[in-house]
Design a binder for this molecule. Structure first.
Ligand code: MG
Length: 439
């Protein structure tokens, strides 16, 4: 299987090769009129891009090269133009990785469309005659159009009046849009890790990787720290003390903000904390829970017309009036709006209490085999749910074990109101997972 939770991703040179990119582009671009293309700023993105362009042109499709831009910016272009798009990126994975995310009309293609691409992948490449080749175009306004869309989705006046001082740690392709947007919003902007091809630090926005951001926020007396992952579909925040808000708290804050603007349906995934369920209930919203991965959230957003917001605790947020894919830049603007309304994030986050929660990752090369073994032993007497991995729900918490869709790993999530119960059950679950990986 080529596709994971989000597109095709792997180590450059072995799993992701120019040949693979050429075949995928040929299978995906076929019979289209135009296909949009963009890359993040990895060292290997340029090579893959050139192969994708040639392969798509060879099928007779016109290619619109949008350059080096964030994933949601490419997605927004495909939504506006009602076309397909290819994003060359490995998102938050380190520099040795790369991959392709495939879009149609603003969102990642469905599992069904992925299967169609996989079926065509093995076939002979489509090559049209010399006089039927596609043409290559360049388009420079995708970022500007994305910024304008974002400005229509927040209260600009309120944000401008708040005169917010921010530190933004781009470390990736977000550098082409977020600092500019923040300045247009009247912020005092200090940007870091911006400017070169490749990464300054590990692109996964974890607390460890964002230690320098925290320091910079404190040193400059900023109100907020902002970080993206490598392709800027995710956004993470710190408060004025340089402390991360926490992924679950962030998701809670934005969920409540959206519900207060307009009551409706929230799409969340099985990994979301109990806090989300409680906030939706408190604000009289409705909730649909789907499997992990933004593709599942996008599909549910499209199917349910009353959906106003969807997301995942990874810092991935999809807004009804934006683009139907996680948009870290619109997410950033929304949090500025929240700051303009409420002030200090260190104070605000106190209103969003999460219960004891564990999220752990266990390295595992044969995920399928391990999950089969885990499935037989992972029985704790809760309500079992197998939408994605195995989840057991209890009155006071839940346990979830699933194979990662992007890495060779098994993930465990457990949350309980009582720390004792969490520790007891998580320990048992860890043992089951470790045994299954070993055998
Ligand atoms: Mg990403």
């Amino acid at each position: 299987m080529l596709f994971g939770t989000s597109g095709i991703r792997g180590l450059y040179g072995t799993e992701i090769t120019p040949l693979l990119a050429m075949k995928i582009a040929n299978a995906f671009a076929q019979k289209e009129r135009e296909i949009a293309l963009a890359t993040d700023m990895r060292e290997t993105s340029e090579i893959l891009k050139n192969v994708v362009i040639s392969s798509a042109l060879a099928t007779g499709v016109n290619v619109m090269d949008l350059g080096e831009i964030p994933t949601p910016t490419l997605a927004f272009y495909t939504q506006k133009k009602n076309c397909k798009g290819i994003m060359i990126t490995a998102s938050h994975n380190p520099g040795e990785y790369n991959g392709l995310k495939l879009y149609r009309n603003g969102r990642e293609i469905s599992k069904k469309e992925e299967a169609e691409v996989e079926a065509d992948y093995g076939k002979e490449m489509r090559l049209v005659k010399w006089d039927k080749l596609g043409k290559l175009f360049h388009y420079e306004y995708a970022v500007r159009e994305h910024i304008e869309m974002i400005k229509r989705n927040v209260n600009m006046e309120k944000i401008r009046n708040a005169k917010i001082k921010v530190v933004v740690d781009c470390n990736g392709v977000g550098m082409h849009i977020t600092p500019a947007l923040l300045r247009e919003m009247g912020c005092i902007v200090i940007s870091m890790n911006c400017g070169k091809r490749g990464f300054y630090r590990n692109p996964e926005p974890t607390a460890e990787n964002l230690a320098e951001l925290g320091k910079m926020v404190r040193a400059s007396s900023a109100h907020i720290g902002i970080a993206h992952d490598g392709d800027a579909d995710r956004v993470i925040f710190t408060d004025e003390n340089g402390e991360m808000l926490g992924l679950d708290v962030q998701f809670g804050i934005i969920t409540e903000h959206e519900l207060k603007q307009k009551n409706g349906l929230i799409i969340s995934t099985i990994e979301a904390s109990l806090l989300i369920k409680e906030l939706i209930k408190k604000n009289k919203g409705k909730n649909i829970v789907v499997g992990v991965g933004s593709t599942n959230v996008s599909e549910a957003m499209e199917k349910n017309k009353n959906a106003i917001f969807g997301g995942e605790p990874a810092g991935e947020y999809i807004f009804k009036n934006g683009v139907n894919t996680p948009d870290g830049i619109l997410g950033c603007a929304k949090f500025l709006e929240i700051f303009a309304e409420n002030g200090s994030f260190a104070q605000l986050k106190k209103n969003y209490k999460i219960y004891p929660i564990i999220r752990k990752k266990f390295g595992c090369t044969d995920r399928k085999r391990a999950m089969e073994k885990i499935s037989k032993a992972f029985l704790f007497g809760g309500n079992r749910n197998v939408i994605d991995g195995i989840r057991e729900d209890f009155e006071d918490g839940f346990m979830l074990v699933r194979a990662s869709g992007t890495e060779n790993a098994i993930r465990l999530t457990a949350e309980f109101r009582s720390m004792d119960k969490l520790m007891e059950l998580a320990e048992k679950a860890e043992k089951i997972i470790k045994d299954a990986i070993k055998k």
